[in-house]
Design a protein around this ligand. Sequence first.
Ligand code: NDP
Length: 301
Amino acid sequence: MTGAVRIDGKAAAAAVLGRVAEETARLVAETGVVPGLAVVIVGEDPASQVYVASKAKRAEECGFRSFRHALSAETSEADLLALVARLNADPAVHGILVQLPLPRHISDAAVIRAIDPDKDVDGFHPVNVGRLAAGQTAEAFVPCTPAGAMIMVRDVLGSDLSGLEAVVVGRSNIVGKPMAQLLLAANATVTIAHSRTKDLPAVCRRADVLVAAVGRPEMIRGDWIKPGAVVIDVGINRLPPEPGSEKGKGRLVGDVAFDEAMAVARAVTPVPGGVGLMTVALLMANTLRSAARAAGREPPA
Ligand code: NDP
């Protein structure tokens, strides 16, 4: 390994959460408005249960009210939409998060569309997608994972990426596309690559900023990376357990071969300990912004 920086997701997330807690205390003291985050979970998916518990815990640590709605896997779409309507109308709730994926009989898209765009702290509602695409980043709720990844890019390169090439591998609505919009808004020249891209290694080698959001363990190798690039690894992949492993769980790895990347890049996010930790922090930041707006305040930057 060389002198590449291992970007510290724990420190970056702690910095965001610290600012959110401070601004929350000020908002409460000056306006009496306490940010409220409603988290809705349908069914018993164990990974979703863990995410939801960690979101509720962070919310409380930031000084928010957290409202948890755990519904059975048999809940109908109509009942879920009725709950969303109640949360939309509740002035104590500033952010609504419906944990995805939902059971098959419920349409994710219909539920996302039902959330008030001004409480859509996940940033998945078409109105927020449109605001981001139109460059209205101040008004939009930006999806939390790319927003967190962008802070990590800025921490290394500053906020103006003029003249730099950015390549985002992955075009999902929750990571790849919004990440590309954010990089474009920061003046980078952006390429979005995906499973149909020809000669992906050559495309990646153009990148001064390379973002991997694919879901394939260590797919991006060291020789795909331009020397001195900033590499943001969004992927979270669990490898099969090694023979004889005590816990019966395999290692978590990203979409980038981390050690190889560290040998050529300027800075790399690790997995675990990288972008993943920023996602929950940015959810809190979005909820605080929503509460500040509801209190008639300019939302914190
Ligand atoms: P999706 O499965 O929705 O999208 C994956 C994208 O990768 C698709 O656009 C797909 O292309 C592309 N892709 C798949 N295989 C290849 C390939 N061989 N070459 C090039 N492109 C390929 O995933 P998400 O965007 O939801 O998530 C991506 C990763 O990020 C996952 O590992 C996920 O766990 C992780 N993640 C992490 C989060 C965090 O908090 N850190 C939050 C969200 C996700 P195509 O469109 O052509 O099929």
